[in-house]
Design a protein around this ligand. Sequence first.
Ligand code: 7TS
Length: 407
Amino acid sequence: MKQLDIDLVRKDFPILGRRVHEKPLIYLDNAATSQKPTAVIDALRDYYTQSNANIHRGVHLLSEEATAAYENVREISRDFLGASESREIVFVRGTTEAINLVAQAYARPRLQAGDEILISHMEHHSNIVPWQILCQQTGALLRVAPITDEGELDIAGFEQLLGPKTKFVSLVHVSNALGTINPVKSLVAKAKAQGVPVLLDGAQAAPHIAIDVQDIDCDFYTLSGHKVYGPTGIGVLYGRESLLEEMEPYQGGGEMILSVSFEKTTYNKIPHKFEAGTPNIAGTVGLGAALQYVNLMGIDSIAAHEHELLTYATEQVQQVPGIKIIGTAREKAGVLSFVLDGVHPHDVGTILDQEGIAVRTGHHCAQPVMDRFGIPATTRASFAVYNTRAEIDRLMAALDRVRDIFS
Ligand code: 7TS
């Protein structure tokens, strides 16, 4: 594993040079979206200045170049996720669309009233609401595995809910609100032992830890490009080949068909069957550049750096009187959520912003997590490869200022 030179890494991210309220930007809102390296920005620019064309249908050179670039990212994504076949990689808008696709195209035709879908109490809304919609459509029931006071999945509780009625399991790999890394391999094994397919929401895992879908043995896996240094509006759904083959299309339109007549339409092969219409070609090219950028640094080196930052920030925050960390799991990725006695998180966020520090405050689209801990919101600092200890020191100084103002 190589040791990263973070000063050099920071030079790859032009936005880190800007000032906010006359202070140097300290960007600690990476779980919402990460900043983009020059490699990604250049890939988008190069695509539009050199190769822009619609894909898969042109015989002209630009269309061939654009198609090759787009399909090459399928291969990069396959490799990034450890999938065996590039046709198991479906490009989508992001994790939200990926989960909705699986809920509607896989689960919906296979569920009956009384069947159960099992999720956990630490899911992002995008891994709750699509299943609630599905339950309304089918009469299936949503079951929610409990979490502990530390913010870990309660494994016994999960096992208890995993029963003969469970027809689908959908779990977050890394929690965006708590930072918890779930033991997905063993959870998948438990579900598979009962013949239940599993989707893993990898939106917060992809930027921080190595993923190998074959080793994990999940059936579906999702990521959002914009959280892993890529553009917005592009993400990946991995689906096990045999399941994708069985599934009906999600949306109809161009690209997803082989032939159309008013009497009979036949569908394209996977993965194109799930990519109706002109896709986000430029975004896909940008995603490829982002994943290659991550590969170049090494995901294990990124993880090690972020782990060190998290450990340091956790130690520092614990020394601030009146602060309580929400999410103290043994295995965590770079998320530090906390509440400060007597100060609303929005006020914390506003004062930090005045200091040039971008954090997120609120429920982080995980309201049930807030309910579980009996709080309306947290302040969340979330780390990326370009963050430094010095930035955490500035965060701590700014938190002192917050306490001075409110004392
Ligand atoms: N799942 C998890 C675990 C997430 O953190 C997010 C976004 C999503 C799904 C949805 O991803 P999208 O790209 O489709 O929007 N999380 C956050 C967040 O923590 N703050 O803003 C967005």
